[in-house]
Design a protein around this ligand. Structure first.
Ligand SMILES: [Ca+2]
Ligand SMILES: [Ca+2]
Ligand SMILES: [Ca+2]
Length: 459
């Protein structure tokens, strides 16, 4: 389930169809609904006025609103709290839907009030919800002046790290490639399909290693779990990698899931198994996965993976090589709630990210310790999962991709930043949390996309 977010206050006014209904045998009292409008998304909130032009008092007006997606697919029903309508008076009323995942589409609110004495008054409001517009543009309107609202991204972390502010500078360049070494990316999800890195030197499906990189038909990356060209084939992929990928670069679309850098590309480097795990026998494959990302043009590697114990030295060498080749490696502190940054996040050349909850405090599961670089939102994060549903996920795994996304935005406008300089800017522009200055829970603090992108652009 997607968690409810605090309402944003972007009120949108719209005059609805108004239906007046005469009450009483001789029409001596008239109640009408006017000015029905949608006043907010997340939660969807409606407001309207009720006018009573007659002399009769209605002590207990009740109501019900039905929300449907055109043409007539029910989405939610919500009630209007009872209220009193004085004679010759006007009452302003608000009601909120529990509808949580606001998909782009065209909708209808049907409002019915029971004013008593068997009389019903109703009004209808059509409206539509459109995806976030990139580059940032005013909400579009069509010729019919249909009320149009722009989606609110479901991930609370997106605004917490000022990503939309950063989009006034860049929402990401397709030249920037983020390798997601994880459990695989479900690239059949429309909002991820456009984000996939494409190996232009490889002809898909011809059984030939056209670019002679050692991997046959590796068009979007490589599956080091099955040793085949796609996470979509072979052993079923776990949803973890799809969640990580969507936080980095999901495009706006029907679902209100938008990545931090929804213009960059994702390289799918599958390594984790169908249970989202790996074993000590897999270190060589992990090493090859890192080398694949580096050799095939990744600018950033997201490693939302932690290991028990210390990796073999050849793996450490692969990580060091990535850093030496100018690839930024973002890792995690681990999810054991312990005072120890786990490998590979523990390596000096990996930026270790801890997780905060929506409260702004370190998430209870997040490891801390010497070596924490920065923190990012990682609790109850709305993401896609394999198969295309939206889910809420928690873990330092979902904090790291917020940071990888910010770094991808920085590289989008400052292509020549070295890993060290990019991380330095990220740390300098983070908002300090916890004890003053660096600390072992939040590191240098909460990343701020706008501040980081602005500082990167000033170099
Ligand atoms: Ca190849
Ligand atoms: Ca081929
Ligand atoms: Ca596969």
């Amino acid at each position: 389930m997607i968690g409810l977010r605090a309402a944003r206050t972007a009120a949108v006014a719209f005059l609805a169809a108004t239906i007046a209904v005469a009450i009483g045998a001789h029409g001596e009292s008239v109640v009408r609904i006017s000015d029905l409008r949608v006043t907010g998304l997340t939660p969807l909130e409606v407001a309207f006025d009720v006018e009573n032009s007659g002399q009769q008092v209605f002590a207990n007006v009740r109501g019900q609103a039905a929300l449907s997606e055109a043409p007539g697919v029910p989405v939610d029903q919500f009630s209007v709290e009872p209220f009193a309508l004085p004679a010759g008076g006007r009452v302003h009323v608000r009601a909120a839907s529990r509808w949580e995942l606001q998909l782009a589409g065209t909708y209808l609110v049907d409002l019915t009030l029971d004013v008593g004495e068997g009389a019903l008054v109703s009004a209808t409001l059509p409206f539509r919800i459109v995806p976030v517009q990139l580059p940032l543009l005013p909400t579009p309107s069509d010729g019919n002046a249909l009320l149009t609202l722009t989606q609110e991204p479901a991930d609370w972390g997106l605004d917490r790290i000022a990503a939309r502010d950063a989009w006034s500078v860049t929402h990401g360049s397709p030249d920037v490639v983020v390798a997601v070494i994880d459990s695989g990316i479900d690239s059949t999800i429309p909002q991820l399909a456009d984000a996939m890195w494409v190996n232009l030197d490889e002809i898909p499906g011809n059984g030939v290693d056209d670019d002679r990189n050692g991997y046959v038909d590796d068009v979007n990356g490589w599956d080091f779990r099955d040793n085949d060209a796609s996470s979509l084939q072979g052993s079923p992929m776990h949803g973890h990698g799809t969640g990580v990928a969507s936080i980095i670069a999901a495009r706006p679309g029907r679902y209100p899931i938008v990545g931090i850098a929804p213009g960059v590309k994702l390289m799918d480097v599958r390594f984790l198994d169908s249970q989202n795990e790996f074993h000590s026998s897999d270190w060589k494959a992990f090493e090859r996965a890192v080398n694949y990302a580096v050799d095939n043009g990744a600018d950033i590697i997201n490693l939302s993976i932690f290991a028990n114990g210390k990796p073999p030295s050849s793996f450490e060498q692969a990580i060091s090589n990535a850093h030496a080749r100018g690839v930024i490696v973002v890792g995690i502190t681990g999810n054991k709630g312990q005072d120890e940054v786990m490998y590979p996040g523990r390596y000096g050349s990996v930026l270790a990210v801890s997780a905060i909850a929506e409260s702004g405090l370190l998430a209870s599961f997040s490891n801390s310790g010497t070596g924490v670089g920065v923190c990012a939102p990682g609790d109850a994060i709305s993401t896609f999962t394999a198969g295309g549903r939206a889910v809420s996920q928690s873990g330092t795994s979902f904090a790291a991709p917020h940071v990888a996304g910010v770094l991808a935005l920085m590289l989008s406008i400052a292509r020549t930043l070295t890993p060290d300089r990019a991380i330095e800017i990220l740390e300098e522009t983070a908002a300090d949390l916890g004890s003053r200055g660096w600390d072992d829970q939040y590191g240098y603090g909460l990343v701020n996309a706008w501040a980081a992108v602005t500082a990167a652009g000033e170099r």
